[in-house]
Design a protein around this ligand. Structure first.
Ligand SMILES: *Cc1c(COP(=O)(O)O)cnc(C)c1O
Length: 426
């Protein structure tokens, strides 16, 4: 598509957008009584207007029924979580049996490593991306230590080449091959939180398997942002949070995926709890854990229904919009943002802003990460004062993510105008 840096073009594109009515389903934060330019759906997605009625339903049932709500609520709490596998499997591309909504992200990452990081003297290394999200780094480090190994030799980070920001797939694959039979686990982000780079999950998984290792992914920045096919790509396990692109509210219930081929494997160790126990006999409260033969078998606790109600409200919207339509709009919208940033940069001899996110739309989702070479923090703060909500990462990166569910082409155009005038003033 030929983009144009005009309000008319932006408005025209919004008119043609088949998802345009979805913006109305969300509360948009306000600035001077106008909609903010909200480009931080990669950090905390906006609240669907339907959330309060979904939560109210559970509050009413709790008030009306007390404990009987486990069976008699409109959506019985005993089985509340069973609403999610179908919807989540559409979003991450897997079988319903392979996915469950539970806990929070870092907790799930640890639980998955209990099952899939089983180091031996020979095979103990974890390969991950450099600059992984801090919580993931701490989780990996502490797991390696927990098993009596040293993170400095146990964790191998794949780094970008000198002077580069993004990883080349061939470098990732060759590091995996190089460490070969010492690799226990390849654990990558789906989309790196800092650069916005989307990794080749299928190729990385195949390389891990060739080395005899498991492949796991943290999809915090990929779930609801990228079209995924976890089952077909043969990914062993994955986890994600629901409050970023999935709009399910701060600290919302997270997701976990385990490939079908592992579900019935009794050899896999796990940390168990009663909610993972076979449903038919759970309430006989017998000794001896008998796992549900799906991803649900990894559950520990009964479902946090109130936060799940918000999750449900959001996923209903996601399913209505459909990942395919969302992803094709995202390509246009983020492509337009890249075009607008390039236009601004031309006014500054191309030297002020460097977009470190891959320019190839197949290697990114919604997010663009801009290195601002001068006065980055001042520019960021000034944008914020003018109603642009973006995200600052030390030392010099502004992350912006127009999300296809509620951002518009007009948002992107206005963003460009505000950035242009901000730069000329600070
Ligand atoms: C957002 C994010 C987290 C946050 O973890 P929580 O357990 O939800 O606090 C972890 N890892 C990645 C890659 C993230 O993007």
């Amino acid at each position: 598509m030929e983009f144009e840096n005009t309000l008319e073009f932006a408005k025209k594109s919004d008119e043609l957008d088949t998802l345009k009515q979805f913006r109305q389903k969300f509360f948009i934060p306000q600035h001077n009584e106008q909609d903010c330019i909200y480009f931080t759906g990669n950090s905390l997605g906006l609240q669907p207007k339907s959330v309060s009625s979904y939560i109210q339903q559970e509050l009413d049932d709790w008030a009306r029924l007390g404990v009987e709500g486990h069976f008699d609520a409109k959506n019985p709490w005993l089985s509340y979580h069973e609403i999610f596998p179908k919807q989540l499997s559409d979003i991450v591309g897997c079988l319903p049996a392979e996915v469950v909504a539970m806990n929070s992200l870092t907790v799930n990452l640890h639980l998955l490593m209990v099952s899939f990081y089983r180091p031996t003297q020979q095979r103990y290394k974890i390969i991950c991306e450099a600059k992984a999200f801090p919580s993931d780094q701490y989780a990996l480090e502490s797991q390696v230590r927990f098993h009596g190994f040293d993170p400095t030799t146990g964790i191998i980070e794949v780094c970008p080449g000198k002077g580069e920001n993004i990883l080349r797939t061939e470098d990732i694959l060759s590091v995996i091959e190089q460490h070969g039979d010492q690799v226990a686990l390849v654990m990558f982000g789906g989309v790196n939180y800092y650069t916005g780079q989307y990794f080749d999950i299928k190729a990385i998984t195949a390389a891990a398997h060739k080395a005899g290792a498991y492949a796991g992914f943290d999809l915090a920045h990929a779930a609801g942002n990228i079209e995924l096919h976890l089952h077909d790509w043969d990914v062993d396990f994955a986890c994600w949070c629901s409050y970023k692109y999935l709009n399910s509210g701060p600290g919302g219930v997270a997701g976990l995926y385990i490939h079908e081929k592992h579900l019935a494997n009794k050899e896999l160790p796990r940390f168990a709890g009663w909610w993972g126990y076979t449903k038919e006999t759970r309430f006989q409260m017998e000794k001896g854990f008998e796992a549900i033969p799906t991803a649900e078998g990894w559950q520990l606790s009964n479902a946090p229904v109130l936060s799940m109600a918000a999750h449900k409200a959001s996923l209903d919207i996601f399913i209505e919009a459909g990942m395919e339509r969302l992803c094709s709009k995202a390509k246009l919208l983020t492509g337009y943002l890249l075009f607008i940033i390039d236009e601004i940069n031309k006014l500054n001899d191309g030297r002020l802003i460097e977009v470190i996110t891959p320019r190839d739309e197949k290697e990114r989702g919604c997010q663009l990460s801009m290195v601002v070479k001068q006065k980055g923090k001042e520019i960021f703060n000034e944008l914020n004062r003018r109603g642009v909500i973006s995200d600052w990462r030390e030392p010099d990166v502004i992350r912006v993510a127009p999300v296809p569910l509620y951002n518009s082409f007009e948002d992107v155009w206005k963003f460009g105008e505000i950035v242009k005038s901000t730069i000329s003033r600070v």
